[in-house]
Design a protein around this ligand. Sequence first.
Ligand code: RRO
Length: 340
Amino acid sequence: MTHISYPDIKTKIGNISLDNPFINASGCACYSENDLLNLINSESGFYITKTITLNHRDGNDGPRYYHNTELSLNSMGLPNLGLNEYLKFKNNIKDKLQKMNTNIYDINNNKYNKPLFFSVGTMSNNETLEILSKLELELDGLSGIEFNISCPNIEGKGQLGYDFDALDSFLKLISETYLFNISRNNLAIGLKMSPYFDNYQFNIVADIIKKYPRLDFLTCINGLGNGLIINREYETTYIRPNLGCGGIGGSVVKPSGLANVYKFKKLLNDKIDIIGCGGVSNGSDAFDYILAGASAVSIGTELVRKGTKIFGNIKKELEDIMIDKKYTSLGEFKNNLKII
Ligand code: RRO
């Protein structure tokens, strides 16, 4: 009988250890307590909330989400339950897990085995500071914070990621808070990035990021803003907000996602970990992102389409590719893309 030894797919974001590199893309299947419990019970390596604002938001009027086999289009407008509800969820997980038949809660060591990240909104500097002052008192059970500098769907508000001076001022402001003094071993801090398309943009943003060495990770990329999909039969848009335009996700954005991971990894080297996001639907997509420099991989559109069972499938597919290529750990091919 042949014995297959499974490759090691453990990884790290900052100093947070992960059993595997897979996470839900913020915004996908992570709005409600039930969504988050489903993620805990899935085979993802870690999980993240919908982007959180101080107060509850209903978001934009519907229809506001559409997908077909190749892509998704959304203009959700940041609907979320507000900070207090997500804090309540975080603080009650232990009780809930103890009641469920799950090995995610390790009773003997009194700890969770699946790191939780919060996605935090950046609607205004004052609001972000208020969120941070509350979070500073509530860090137990929180492993990471991803600041969303790239929401494409807030009417009247551009992306912080495209306003370089405002981005620098924002990072300076949060870098002076208590949060940035917390050890990397306890908390990973990162940014959900806008997609960039021009080398000038990559260089300028990388230079800004370098000024804040406590940043542990970048998640590249958020949806491609202002896409339009047309329903030809009815001669209408598919979604209602923003004249029918919204953020594009799914397999069509993968080349942009890969290039953003690859370019930032080249510009920032090992100073920062990258979570690859955009068009991941199978193990080959995940392999490509890791080869281009990603330490972890988010799943968005395909998670909404298939549900949390996608994590088990994609993990197995990545392991099979590694077995085929005789890789025994992610480090053997991560950031090893060769130019022909
Ligand atoms: O809620 C949204 O409309 C939304 C957000 Br905050 C985001 O970061 N990315 C996206 O595609 N939609």
